[in-house]
Design a protein around this ligand. Structure first.
Ligand SMILES: Nc1ncnc2c1ncn2[C@@H]1O[C@H](COP(=O)(O)OP(=O)(O)OP(=O)(O)O)[C@@H](O)[C@H]1O
Ligand SMILES: [Mg+2]
Length: 365
């Protein structure tokens, strides 16, 4: 049975719609990430699930029971906020026990739950300290611990790592992944960090324009983005998008001509494409620097970004369109060079004018 089910959830603040017809179901113990740009309604949706905000329409059920009319404390969910605050005058132990004491849970039970959570989070030796004596990452873990002790069916985490510096973020990400193995609950985590979503989530829910754009496992979102928005939003650096025209011919798969005249044989069946303007989408790893004699086309190099294991080449085609290519780690390419590039047409994505996507048949849905 699906653990959490949302159907037809809508929300407007005054006359401004924020969520339109959101439907989603979560499996028990599933880790879901809400990924989307700022203002796309991620926190609002999470708050609606938590009961901190009411929806204008729609239903929410948890393990088959309607919960949308229940107050937050009775929903079986626990939330860690985007801007969480610990009580500064209380110890870590007291902070973690506070909610349970309010709910009149027995003292022994509180002690045992706080102990278990502290062990899972590896903060046992910090239990008698005050928040002011903790590092950012430790405070973050205490905030998660406060939710953990409630034994929720679902954890709702709103940007749980956003207050941490890069190194700590990475470490806490790993800890979150490990913690996840120990906890018998589903997790919904809001983030605008796609690496975080890709690393932690079983499925990613990509949100934009008040709606869910796509739901799927991380690699499906990356390899088979449902539309132009998802294609551009997921992946770093973003996919190169170029206007393209179909070339007449008898091959089953579409052959497309780029603005500089280069032709690319895609693996997308001609018959799938709608009339009208097309765009081709190319991930950097599918555009390789190569000897000019073997190249699909050429690009003038504007920027060389060395990442160690690979090098990203930001260039322009002869008609001025920007394209990002990849080269090996010890690339000899320099700014101002003209390089040959080989486009892997079989890996190319094709978008109709309305943004619908087409992918190679081999990876068909
Ligand atoms: N209480 C409120 N009253 C009016 N408008 C609100 C309220 N809360 C949120 N909004 C608006 O709703 C939209 C969605 O906000 P929300 O906080 O859900 O976005 P988000 O995806 O979490 O963004 P971020 O990544 O910046 O946290 C925004 O346009 C925001 O301005
Ligand atoms: Mg938010």
């Amino acid at each position: 049975m699906a653990s959490l089910e949302l159907s037809g959830v809508r929300k407007a603040f005054g006359s401004t719609p924020v969520l339109d017809d959101i439907s989603l179901s979560l499996e028990a113990r599933e880790f879901i990430a809400f990924l989307g740009p700022s203002g796309s309604g991620k926190s609002t949706l999470l708050r609606i699930i938590a009961g901190l905000e009411s929806a204008d329409a729609g239903e929410i059920t948890l393990e088959g029971q309607r919960i949308d009319h229940l107050p937050p404390g009775q929903r079986g969910v626990a939330m860690v906020f985007q801007h969480y605050a610990l009580y500064p005058h209380m110890t870590v132990r007291e902070n973690m026990a506070f909610g349970l004491r309010n709910a009149r849970v027995a003292k022994d039970e509180i002690e045992s739950r706080v102990g278990d959570a502290a062990r899972a989070l590896e903060i046992e030796e910090l239990l008698d300290r005050k928040p002011g004596q903790l590092s950012g990452g430790q405070r973050q873990r205490v905030a998660i611990g406060r939710a953990l002790v409630k034994h929720p069916k679902i954890f709702l985490l709103d940007e749980p790592l956003s207050n941490l510096d890069a190194a700590l973020r990475m470490r806490t990400r790993v800890e979150l992944a490990q913690l996840r193995q120990k906890v018998d609950a589903a997790v919904i985590m809001v983030t605008h960090d796609q690496a975080e979503a890709m690393t932690l989530a079983d499925r990613i829910v990509v949100m934009n324009d008040r709606t869910i754009q796509q739901v799927g496992p991380p690699m499906e979102i990356y390899e088979r983005p449902a539309n132009v928005f998802v294609a551009q939003f997921v992946g770093s650096p973003a996919m190169t998008l170029l206007p393209a025209e179909p070339v007449e011919g008898r091959s089953q798969n579409a052959k497309l001509k780029l603005g500089d005249g280069a032709e690319v044989e895609t693996a997308v069946p001609r018959s799938q494409l709608k009339d009208g303007e097309l765009r081709i989408g190319l991930r950097p790893e599918n555009v390789r620097v190569i000897a000019k004699s073997k190249a699909t086309t050429r690009a003038k190099v504007e920027l060389v970004e060395r990442l160690g294991e690979r090098t990203l080449i930001y260039g322009r085609l002869s008609n001025g369109q920007a394209i990002i290519a990849e080269d090996e780690g010890n690339s000899r390419v320099k700014m101002g060079d003209e390089v040959g590039i080989k486009i892997d047409g079989a890996a190319a994505h094709v978008f109709d004018a309305d943004g619908t996507s087409h992918h190679a048949r081999g990876r068909a849905k």
